[in-house]
Design a protein around this ligand. Structure first.
Ligand SMILES: *Cc1c(COP(=O)(O)O)cnc(C)c1O
Length: 530
């Protein structure tokens, strides 16, 4: 393979490079393509989906009943009167269906465990599933917000924080959350051109790419996790955040691609840092938090400084649903910073939001995000579609009702078996890390070469082979698609393999293909010594 690939492709985001790798992997008809480049899971939660579809049938029946005097095909809103009774009858009549049984249990969970009004709950989700009204309130449906808050409190380790302490904005997946947050931070002068922004690396590539756009022109300061410390951030790296010229810290936790959660020691250091730099804005993207044991989000540790992004895409296998939330504490540093902006900027912001409220200055940042997400003028049609909010609620209830944690245990077993299969075939010990969730693995070129054939070989590979060429060759010769770690800000030559999107036997095949390729390189190395 020609070396000039590097200059041509090294600037591309790994996700764009992926298309080139896929073409190469498909070009050789001797093998089938194994695409381990995607984060998209190949598993999905079925029961809450079944609940969604059955709920849809119930709501449809209600709609038809409320307009029964007209010809077929036209329905009305579900009638509120005795709706709960009819829903309970529906549950009794169809109890042999898993999804219906789940709905019945969800209803009692919402009433008995969460203390919410069952009739109000059924009214909210039966109307929402039909999608017959604009989302109202636009930020999030009322009981849906309450339920998702409880879910986050449990899954994100938010001990001591109650549902009254924060707000949620339901959005179209984690990616919409990221785009909305960046935009509103900019529009509200919380980040300005030339500001210094710290980024916890390695990281999901958009966090590296967005700040460089000319919309933002931020100066990036890297906070590097250390592979030799199990991908934790060393204290000296974290201490960079004490510098008050650093306006914000962007973090993915558990990380992507190392897939490691920040440990308690580092969380304690971060708490101390916030005392020293109390204005620091933290954006934590915790979409993999649900996969971790005893997870604790930075949103739990320093809620006043932190914007939380969570997505249902990965854990429930729901990337096509586009379900995510932004969480922000009611009492937070960001709103205080907006209140203390220079008078000229305050005036401009008053102007920006004046069509929505008589007191723009009392408009919370999270509500500004809602407005900004629809160019302010279209605020009245903002919000996540109501059927999407219903599926989100059913996912969350499913997880909370699973007191034995069966679903979580199944996912962990599935992913960890794939991890073990890959490394076993490759012939190197699998990285052993108690903080890892193993959603991805980083295949480190140097350490794999060293373990397989010793130091001299590893040094030769690093000196003579271009890591990107190796990935091109992996794709062409074996059909395996891996993404370069470099694009995610990994400093050592490495490749990211997702453990979520292929079957176990395919990870066996990947391990073997990589092993064979290493053996080829080794022959080349021996040849070069002659
Ligand atoms: C997958 C992923 C997202 C995007 O999630 P969606 O909800 O599918 O948009 C966001 N952040 C990280 C770190 C991810 O890995």
């Amino acid at each position: 393979m020609a070396k000039n690939n590097d200059s041509k492709y090294s600037e591309l985001s790994p996700f764009e490079l992926k298309n080139k790798l896929i073409n190469l992997a498909q070009s050789n008809t001797d093998h089938t393509m194994l695409n381990a480049g995607r984060g998209n899971p190949n598993f999905l939660a079925t029961i809450p989906r079944s609940g969604f579809f059955h709920l849809g049938l119930f709501a449809l029946q209600e709609s038809e009943m409320s307009f029964s005097f007209v010809p077929e095909g036209l329905g009305g809103y579900p009638l509120h009167s005795h709706l709960l009774d009819r829903f309970e009858a529906f549950i009794r009549d169809h109890h042999d269906q898993d999804g219906v049984k789940f709905l019945g249990k969800a209803l009692s969970y919402v009433r008995d465990q969460l203390g919410l009004n069952a009739g109000q709950f059924i009214t909210e989700i039966a109307e929402a599933v039909l999608g017959c009204n604009y989302p109202t309130p636009d930020r999030m449906l009322v009981l849906s917000e309450e339920i998702i808050k409880t879910y986050l409190i449990r899954e994100m380790g938010m001990r001591g924080i109650s549902t009254q302490d924060f707000d949620l904005f339901a959005v179209e997946g984690g990616t919409a959350a990221i785009a909305y947050i960046f935009n509103s931070l900019k529009e509200n002068d919380l980040i300005k051109k030339g500001d210094r922004i710290a980024i916890g690396a390695p990281i999901f590539t958009p966090y590296l790419e967005i700040p460089e756009l000319n919309d933002y022109e931020l100066v990036e300061v890297m906070v590097e996790a250390d592979p030799d410390k199990g991908w934790q951030y060393p204290e000296r790296e974290l201490r960079k955040l004490e510098d008050p010229t650093i306006k914000a810290f962007f973090l993915v936790n558990p990380s992507n691609p190392p897939s490691v959660k920040i440990d308690d020691h580092s969380l304690a250091i971060l708490t101390d840092i916030i005392h020293k730099n109390p204005e620091l804005i933290v954006l934590t993207d915790d979409v993999y938090g649900t996969f971790a044991d005893d997870f604790r989000s930075l949103f739990a540790v320093c809620p006043q400084n932190t914007i939380l992004v969570y997505s249902f895409s990965k854990y429930f296998g729901a990337t096509g649903w586009r379900l995510g939330v932004i969480a922000l504490a009611k009492d937070n540093v960001l709103d205080r910073k907006i209140a203390h902006l220079p008078p000229k900027e305050v005036k401009a912001l008053d102007q920006r939001y004046s069509s929505l409220t008589m007191q723009p200055q009392s408009m919370k940042l999270i509500d500004r995000m809602v407005a900004d997400s629809r160019a302010v003028g279209l605020n009245h049609t903002a919000g996540l579609s109501t059927p999407q909010q219903v599926q989100m609620v059913l996912f969350a209830l499913f997880e909370m009702m699973d007191v034995q944690q069966n679903y979580k245990a199944m996912l962990k077993t599935l992913i960890r078996r794939r991890h073990a299969a890959l490394y076993h075939q490759l012939g190197v010990d699998q990285p052993d890390n108690g903080n890892s969730v193993d959603y991805y693995t980083l295949l480190d070129l140097e350490s794999i070469c060293r373990k397989l054939y010793g130091d001299a070989f590893a040094n030769w590979v690093l000196k003579t082979q271009d890591p990107l060429d190796i990935l091109f060759r992996v794709a062409q010769d074996t059909g395996v698609v891996l993404l370069p770690g470099k694009g995610f800000g990994v400093l050592h030559p490495s490749a990211r393999a997702s453990l979520a999107n292929l079957y176990e036997y395919q990870y066996v095949a990947i391990g073997k293909a990589l092993r064979d390729l290493a053996s080829d390189y080794y022959s080349q190395f021996k040849q070069s010594k002659k």
